[in-house]
Design a protein around this ligand. Sequence first.
Ligand SMILES: [Zn+2]
Length: 271
Amino acid sequence: MKKVYLTIDDSPSKNTDDLTDFLKEKNIPAVFFVRGQSMDPEQGNKEAFQKIVRTIQKGFTVANHSYAHERTSEIGFESQTQQIAKTQNLIDLAYQQAGKEPPPRYFRFPHLDRGCGNAWVIDFETIPEQYRDYVQHLFWDGVRLETKEPPTKEQKDLKIQIQHWLTGNGFIKFPTPDVTLPWWVGTELETAIDCLITFSTSDWMLTPRHLGKWSFKTTAEIQKKIDSDPWLNREDSAHIVLIHDDREDLLTVTENLVNHMLHSNFIFKEA
Ligand SMILES: [Zn+2]
């Protein structure tokens, strides 16, 4: 069996209740990385906040995806860390209202921009050469790529600074001891405090505002990506898969991809 940690970004959305009902019915655990702003009662998002409370009550893990979904390399240390802290307060409040103990703090950067822009998610030089091309394309084809400019010294420092801030503020590495891929173990992917991925469905390419502009244009093409990925289909390692709870009409796509993975002998693991 192929093992997957399902991680869902960008909640809450209009689809969150339906998505969590769907997953719960199938007994699929998942971690929801939420945007603070979208669940902030003070921003008029009282009902959305309750969706996150319900997500917790249904047994899912809720984790931090910062507040306004901005790129760290553009907004810098002060703004991003304030946004992470503000989001964490909202998450803690949601756990309190749900009557549950908050879990360990996990964090994922918006756009996977960890300080060096979203092309340079990690320092690819640290990846053994024979896997480097694959890992670059995992990110370049998997998250929305804006630029391939190499990071500056300041950006590299910013990345390290935020890692330290996360550690100092109680965030811990997402526990995935059974991810044993040779380009993961011992590299920056594994040592990062924030939660990275081993596979992106690229499902966001099917939202109305992106459709037709990127390499994957139909659900069938994404299914093929899942079926043909040489690493995702290995049974000797678990995988961290990225999918979205978008504010657009992605629910059918998400359900379809999860069903496809179930039929392809993937099992979904609790973190
Ligand atoms: Zn996101």
